[in-house]
Ligand binder design. Structure first.
Ligand SMILES: Cc1ncc(COP(=O)(O)O)c(C=O)c1O
Length: 441
């Protein structure tokens, strides 16, 4: 048998797709499957395809020479520290600097309450790890961030979605859902929310609702996980006040340097009440011992020596121009039955297709026409959302964005004609969470 298989390769390199250990996995791993749309996105990353799918920050806008010098200087001057293990909670100086960054959103905190994590994605993982047993309830906006839904699924949480409109989560729906779940004897572990420049919704929770959400959760004793990687990337005026600014005991705040500096450093953080912070540090140590001292010190050095506020302004202007390009092109080219949100910051527009169209079914045709987006089904834990799609404007240049919308509008018009001719809805029954992978998160 080995001889039959052996065409000059050793068995270890043959890459068999048969999994000999299929019945040995933990129950939580059975839901971890690559979605079928991953294969399509491999095609979508070809240069001829305009990708309105990826959520990748435009790191080319950074002064890369300066970053190179900074990194080299770090190794030369502080190598023995930068290349050594660090503490589970993270570099103390960086934690103080993180507090300076959060002050821009009205948060008063000390570095002692911060845990530095491998991106805010790891903070999400650690929070879920310390709070969730299989079957526990997590509340999240519908739609919600695909990476968070993947984490909740991995820990076998039951996600209950709360509806949003163009002003963010609906406080009445939140209150009703909490009441219904508590009455049914299903305790809620936390509310996971992205109040500012939502991924994928592109909307921001307004000021009045912020207070309502805080009040509702405080009354019900529901912890809030505020995920805020885009908060400093607003296009108009000052940053929004974070939820955490008005309730230090009831909110765990997650932040990240991925969008304001670069995701390659993988530096994010959690700001948590003391008791939760202690558990996070222990969970962090059991996961990775300590974060990379090297990237933490590099980020610290960047904050200490470079005009980081100016750099954020550069990013904001760049993304504003791209947001405008996307919104103008949608206005000019999309059939009138298609609607979309108008983000005031962040990376994403959430579009709604006419009745009877299914974004996941349309995707292969769109990719054939050289344009890609993320179907709405990835952003709901129950696979609903088929009439929606996420369009991101962070990565392609404005001209490419316009060309992408032109192609997409053509595909949607054809789909509408097919629907009108055959009179049937192509909406399929979707199940589970599609996790398209890190570059598309
Ligand atoms: C809402 C949200 N949360 C968390 C993350 C994770 O970011 P990182 O781990 O790079 O900090 C992302 C990335 O796209 C995001 O959009």
């Amino acid at each position: 048998m080995t001889e039959e298989l052996d065409h000059g390769q050793t068995p270890a390199t043959q890459g068999s797709r048969i999994d000999a250990y299929v019945d040995r996995y933990a129950a939580r791993a059975t839901g971890m499957v690559a979605s079928e749309i991953r294969a399509l996105f491999a095609v979508a990353s070809r240069p001829e395809v305009v990708s309105l799918a990826g959520g990748m920050p435009y790191v080319t806008a950074l002064p890369l020479d300066m970053v190179g010098e900074l990194v080299s200087d770090l190794v030369t001057r502080r190598g023995p520290v930068a290349l050594q293990y660090g503490s589970g909670q993270g570099d103390p100086h960086l934690r103080e600097q993180i507090c300076d960054v959060m002050r821009l959103e009205g948060i008063q905190a000390g570095g002692d309450d911060v845990v530095v994590t491998v991106g805010s994605q790891q903070a999400l993982d650690l929070i879920t790890r310390i709070f969730i047993d299989p079957g526990d309830v997590v509340l999240a906006e519908g739609p919600s961030y695909v990476g968070a839904l993947g984490t909740f699924a991995a820990y076998q949480a039951k996600v209950v979605h709360i509806a949003m409109d163009d002003q963010g989560i609906l406080p009445e729906s939140l209150a009703q859902t909490i009441y219904a779940l508590e009455t049914a004897g299903a305790p809620i572990k936390f509310l996971y929310t992205i109040p500012t420049f939502h991924n994928p919704g592109g909307v921001t929770l307004n000021l009045a609702r912020r207070q309502q959400v805080l009040d509702i959760c405080q009354r019900a004793g529901v912890l809030i996980i505020e995920d805020n990687p885009y908060g400093l990337l607003g296009f108009d005026g000052e940053p929004m006040r974070a939820l955490r600014a008005d309730n230090p005991d009831g909110v765990v705040y997650l932040g990240s340097f991925s969008k304001t500096l670069a995701p390659g450093f993988r530096v994010g953080w959690a700001l948590a009440p003391h008791a939760i912070r202690d558990k996070l540090v222990l969970a962090m140590e059991s996961a990775v011992l300590s974060h990379s001292s090297f990237t933490q010190l590099a980020v610290g050095q960047y904050l200490a020596t470079q005009p980081w506020r100016e750099q954020i302004k550069t990013f904001r202007e760049l993304y504003r121009e791209r947001r405008d390009a996307l919104l103008d092109a949608l206005e000019a080219l999309m059939p009138p039955e298609v609607t979309w949100t108008r983000p005031a910051g962040g990376f994403f527009v959430w579009a709604t297709l006419p009745e009877g169209l299914d974004s996941k079914a349309i995707l292969p045709r769109a990719v054939a026409e050289r344009v890609a987006f993320v179907p709405g089904t990835g952003f709901f834990s129950d696979g609903s959302g088929a009439r929606h799609m996420r369009l991101s404007y962070c990565y392609p240049e404005p001209d490419r964005i316009r060309e992408g919308v032109r192609r997409l509008a053509g595909v949607i018009e054809q789909e509408m004609q097919l629907r009108d001719t055959f009179g049937t809805s192509s909406v399929r029954d979707h199940q589970g969470v599609d996790t398209p992978g890190p570059d598309l998160a």
